[in-house]
Design a protein around this ligand. Structure first.
Ligand code: GDP
Length: 556
């Protein structure tokens, strides 16, 4: 029987070419690595290699080859090999793999490419791996979430959303003016990003920055820092584009909505019209048989503010928000800045456990020892229980809004973990490159990552947006078992908040006769969001269909 040369080369662990050359030197005919030789011939040549100590020359040879350590994307590989990325993409296409420049290459594909482009796949040395496994275990142990002690009800965290000028800020001010803690505690409200109010002995925490933009930006970072959203709709203006946005942003985060129908003091106020318009977005008020709580209010006269807070506590009780005050503290960064003479200052919300002055904390990518804490009413405190907004001093660096923080046993470990997290984040960023796109949807779906294609739809006029949405939803009856979900559909240009929603909900964006704003374009590039513009509905539908069946031509 015959032996295939490349198979033999593989068995011997030698280069195809080296083996062919050696065979030729032995006067054994071998055209290339696809040729075959007899078993006897194979035995002869085997002896030459098996006993041969790896020569220096050979070692040098493999050292000369570039080592590529996964994970890498097509673009990164091209850069490393100093070749044009299209030549990799073309190679992949010839193998039937549709890839974009940001695509991560799995090990299988990478090893295919290794022989084509002459590089070797490296992995960090075994030892390193064991080390980091050990470290990871310790970290896991530290970060393990085992509740200590008894649970206690915790205050809800509330975000106010709605269309511009409908009165978000005014309502927040009205609430704080009448109900803030300061009168009781003798402090003065500090603007640190979040504040507590007390209503009938119930504490409610409000995030100071209203709007769904801030909310979704934090969510895009992985924070789930809102329990209830108050949707402000002006009774004289009704449901407007940003009202719809806010509804969809809250829904996509699964946050319950309480509607505040504001400006009831105005003679033109028409709350029924607001309720009517809300039904078009699946928010049906209670009086009309639905389960959406609508409270008529006026931020100016303060009528209805008490009822609004009453509803917040009610919804909060229904959701049974709990925390374990005896746990080690953890929560989310609301905002952070560098202050002259104070260093990095971060406002955090302690959502579980307790945070104490002197605690070592890990905070996003940074860490530190809590040197001092200042509450939302400007008081220095030593201990913060759930849910307290506090400014903390003592961090090494400025974290990001939406980062989580966590108390750890000591600063040394905090430093270690922070460094590891940085590394992880780098990897995460690579992984992010696999954000869903029409190009890779089919591939990811086959790997079981998605059964649902999330879409954000923006168009120039309501009619076309509705038409496109309906046609897309019709694709739901497909043979692939995939669901199309329109996370948000709206009229107008594609904004940065659309991009953030796409990040937070892992969606693609389809624009119909609209363009992205400049900063949205930048954000989309940064976050690697698939954004496609169409002028013909049919083409958009065809592309989505093609993506579902894996037949879409990649875009370069
Ligand atoms: P935001 O953009 O949603 O934060 O809206 P603002 O709170 O800045 O309010 C926009 C405008 O509406 C301001 O001029 C407010 O004085 C006014 N406004 C807010 N609430 C009420 C209200 O209940 N009644 C009346 N008449 N005006 C209000």
């Amino acid at each position: 029987s015959k032996v295939r040369i490349y198979q033999l080369a593989k068995d011997l662990g030698v280069d195809n070419k080296e083996l062919v050359d050696t065979l030729n030197e032995l006067d054994i005919e071998a055209k290339n690595h696809m040729s075959t030789i007899t078993e006897e011939e194979a035995e002869t040549v085997k002896e030459l290699f098996v006993d041969k100590e790896p020569t220096d020359e050979k070692q040098e040879d493999s050292e000369q080859k570039l080592t590529v350590v996964p994970p890498v994307t097509v673009g990164e590989l091209a850069e490393k090999l100093e070749i044009d990325s299209t030549s990799i993409i073309t190679k992949l296409i010839s193998k039937g793999i549709m890839a974009s420049i940001n695509q991560n290459l799995n090990e299988q594909i990478l090893s295919d490419l290794a022989s084509e482009f002459d590089f070797v796949i490296g992995d960090e040395s075994q030892e390193d791996e064991e080390d980091s496994n050990e470290e990871e275990k310790i970290i896991e142990e530290i970060l393990k979430d085992e509740p200590k002690g008894d649970s206690a009800e915790r205050a809800p965290i509330v975000t106010v959303m709605g269309h511009v000028d409908h009165g978000k800020t005014s309502i927040l001010d009205a609430i704080r003016e009448t109900k803030s803690l300061e009168s009781e505690a003798g402090g003065i409200t500090q603007h640190i990003g979040a504040s507590r109010v007390v209503y009938n002995d119930n504490t409610i925490v409000f995030l100071d920055t209203p709007g769904h933009e801030a909310f979704t930006e934090m969510r895009a970072r992985g924070a789930h820092v809102t329990d209830i959203s108050i949707l402000v709709v002006a009774a004289d203006d009704g449901v407007m584009p940003q009202t719809v946005e806010a509804i969809n942003h809250a829904k996509s985060a699964d946050v319950p909505i309480i509607v505040a129908i504001n400006k009831m003091d105005k003679p033109e106020a028409n709350p029924d019209r607001v309720k009517q318009e809300l039904t078009e977005h699946n928010l049906v008020s209670e009086e009309w048989g639905g389960d959406t709580i609508c409270v008529p209010v006026s931020a100016i006269s303060k009528d209805g503010i008490d009822e609004l807070l009453e509803m917040v506590t009610l919804v909060s009780e229904m959701n049974e928000l709990q925390a374990y005050p005896e746990n080690t503290g953890k929560g989310t960064v609301i905002e952070a800045k560098l202050e002259k003479g104070r260093g990095p200052v971060a406002t955090v919300l302690v959502e579980d456990g307790s945070l104490n002055v002197g605690d070592a904390v890990l905070c996003g990518n940074t860490f530190g020892n809590v040197r001092a804490m200042v509450s939302d009413i400007g008081k220095r405190i030593n201990k913060a229980t759930p849910v307290t907004p506090v400014e903390i001093l003592g961090l090494e660096d400025i974290p990001n809004a939406g980062d989580t923080f966590q108390v750890v046993p000591d600063e040394k470990q905090a430093r270690q973990i922070a460094e590891q997290k940085k590394e992880k984040e780098r990897e995460e960023k690579l992984r992010k490159n696999q954000a869903v796109s029409l190009d890779n949807f089919f591939e990811q779906m086959q790997e079981g990552e998605h059964k649902e294609l999330n879409i954000i739809l923006k168009g120039d006029v309501r009619g076309s947006v509705e038409a496109l949405k309906e046609s897309l939803l019709k694709l739901n009856d497909n043979e692939y078992g995939i669901k199309v979900k329109v996370v948000h559909a709206g009229v107008g240009t594609i904004s940065e908040s659309d991009i953030m929603l796409a990040v937070a909900s892992n969606a693609i964006i389809i624009g119909f006769n609209v363009r992205p704003e400049n900063n949205a374009k930048k954000a989309a590039e940064q976050e690697n969001i698939d954004m496609r513009m169409y002028r013909v509905i049919y083409e958009a539908i065809e592309d989505v269909k093609a993506a579902m069946s894996g037949l879409l031509d990649p875009e370069y």
